[in-house]
Structures are given as structure tokens and as C-alpha cells.
Design a binder for this molecule. Sequence first.
Ligand code: SF4
Length: 303
Amino acid sequence: MRPPSRRSSESSATPSPSAAGRAAQAPRKETGARRRPATASMPERASYAAPAPAPASPGRPAHPARPALGGPPPHAVYRTLLAAFGPQRWWPAATVWEIVAGAILAQGTAWRQVEAALALMKERGLMEPERILEADDDALHAALRPAGYFRRKAERLRLAAAEVERFGSLAGWLDAARRLADDALRRRFLELPGVGPETADDLLLYAAGRAAFVADTYARRIGARLGWFPPDVRYEDARAAMMAAWRASTTEWAELHALLVELGKRHCRARRPDCAVCPLRAGCAHATGRAPAFPAVRRPRGA
Ligand code: SF4
């Protein structure tokens, strides 16, 4: 399984996603008094709200397919990229908790830095929710230091671990989560402090195995150039438009996200995209000079 080399573009309380900014980001020396770890003791195990009447089956969005994108059809883009780059097989992780930890650590950080922090967590016996809660600040900060912003990320990891521990175990948390429909589960992820739409979709897709389009910076940039979205499309609008247009399986959504990141790194860079060798050039509005034909994005009232 090839590790992803990606960066989260989520900006909620995170640094700018600019490449230069993050590349230059060196873990700051932080000091802090040791404090008692957060605890999540509850008299009884928690449970999520009653299951929705008709939970969506994993891999298939509940809404019907309808055309909502301009540009080349998403399935054609997917097949072209898959043929060009091969399966990416994201997310490389041994356990669901490792996916959760990786998604939190990836916020505003290059993946190689995340890998270094994950390796330290494993080496020091911190790759379990209960161990995160037991660890003191110094130990946790030292393990997370390679991922940058380690103080903030340590707190987010603790909050996520506390949420898991409310259900007694990772298995208990997963059982409760599986009873929720896709939208309800996404809202649960979004309620976790520091988790924004991109990380919520990473968790929904890779940890929970639900259909989700991760409309990160790469996807929105490529989508705008292809003609899928307007250049200034918002995260939720791009996500909704794509998921309305393509009834993909969970595996296809997972691969599409990885393939778009790969395309963004190899050819469709923010500046001077390398269109001459891009596998999508024939159908790309930017490369061919055709006017993009994206439809108007319909936003709900008050949005
Ligand atoms: S043809 Fe150029 S602009 Fe279009 S997706 Fe490829 S690299 Fe990006």
C-alpha cells in the first residue's frame, strides 16, 4: 500500500494550506507544564441518537443521480486517471484509529510529517485511544512534534479519543456510528473540535466506509479547470454537486480523492499546470480553451 503524499486544505483553526507556508513550517519548540490527561469516565456507555429510519447503504449516496456538473463526466475522469496512475489504495493505515489519528494530524501538514508522527506514536505505545488519554502532555507532544502544531493536535486527538472512550472501546464507537445515516454521521464528526468538512469527509470515507467526495483544494482546483465547478466554488457546493452527479461506490470515491491529489501534484499544480502531458487534457476546459459550462450552483436559502 503506497502512502499518500497529501496535504489537508482544511483551514479551520489551522495554518494556511499554502505549500510554501507548510513546507517551511518547522515544528515549534513548545513548552508546557505537565497536566493530567483528559479523562472520559462516564457511568454508562454512551450511545448515539436513535438510528435514522433508513440508513444509507455504504457506498451509495441516498440521493438520485442528476446532472449537476459541467465538464467531462466524473466517471470518465476517474477511469482516465486510474488508467494513467493506477490504484492509489488510500488510506494506508492498519486500524480505524490510525485513520482517525492520521486525518487529525494531516491538517495543514505534509503527509511525510504525519508519517513521522504516526511512527513515533506506534513506537511509544500511543496508537490507542486509551493510551492517548493516559499520556501526559510531554509524552504526547514529543510524539506529535514532527507533524507540527503538536499542542493543538494533541488536544484534538484527546477529544477524539474521549469521544471513542465514551462508547467503551473503538469497536463500541464503530457499532454506534454504523447505525447512523451518512449525513448524521458526518454531523457527528463535524461536532468534534477542530474537525472541519475535509477531515469529516476523510473520516466518513476512510474510517467509516461511507460514500463521500472530499472536495479539498486539489479537487476544487482541478474541478474548476475541467469545468466542473466555478473557480470560487465553496467546499459544500462542490461536494454536493459532485455527489449529485455521480453514484460512485465507496471504493471509487476513495480512489478518486487519491487520484485527484496525485494529478494535482504531478500536473495540475496551482501555478503553471503541465497540461501537455496531463491525461485529462483532451476534455479539460482550461487546456482546450473551451468556455467552462458549469451550471449555476444552487445554494439553499440563507447559505
Ligand atoms: S489539462 Fe491542465 S488544467 Fe486540465 S486537469 Fe490537466 S493539468 Fe489541470
